[in-house]
Design a protein around this ligand. Structure first.
Ligand code: ZN
Length: 148
């Protein structure tokens, strides 16, 4: 089966993020929240380090992890997208992304992560793509819980 040019482009973007992940490697930061999630079906592990300031802006987000290229690329794309954003905006992005990988319409620009729409055709890979986003979602919920 021949790859279309578009498929080729998607592959290259995913490969670029998985081979040169953005924001990978955790910082020495005692204030940061750390959330680790596992995807047992594929063996992926993603650990997110989240720093939210008094304005509820994501000051910094880093991740580390091991797993398939989709899980790493997705974490990289997610970190680029939400860095500097308000946690409510980040939650909205997470919800949109979860729709996107189910093959549903998405009305916001999710940056490079938009490319992961393709995983909707491969249900087994959806958990790989959503792992980092679910970790972020958990971190934001904890953050909001702390605000009382
Ligand atoms: Zn995976």
């Amino acid at each position: 089966m021949a790859l279309t040019k578009l498929d080729q482009l998607y592959r290259e973007v995913i490969l670029d993020h998985s081979q040169h992940p953005r924001n990978k490697g955790l910082n020495e930061s005692p204030q940061a929240k750390v959330i680790e999630l596992h995807n047992p079906t594929c063996g992926d592990v993603v650990c997110i380090q989240l720093e939210v300031d008094d304005q509820q802006l994501i000051q910094n987000i880093r991740f580390t992890g091991e797993g398939c290229s989709i899980s790493i690329a997705s974490a990289s794309m997610m970190s680029e997208l939400v860095k500097g954003k308000h946690i409510d905006t980040a939650e909205m992005y997470i919800n949109q992304f979860l729709q996107l990988v189910q093959g549903r319409e998405c009305d916001v620009d999710l940056g490079d992560a938009t490319i992961l729409q393709g995983v909707s055709k491969f249900p087994a890979r959806i958990k790989c793509a959503t792992l980092a986003w679910k970790a972020l979602e958990k971190g934001i919920k904890e953050e909001k819980g702390c605000e009382g």
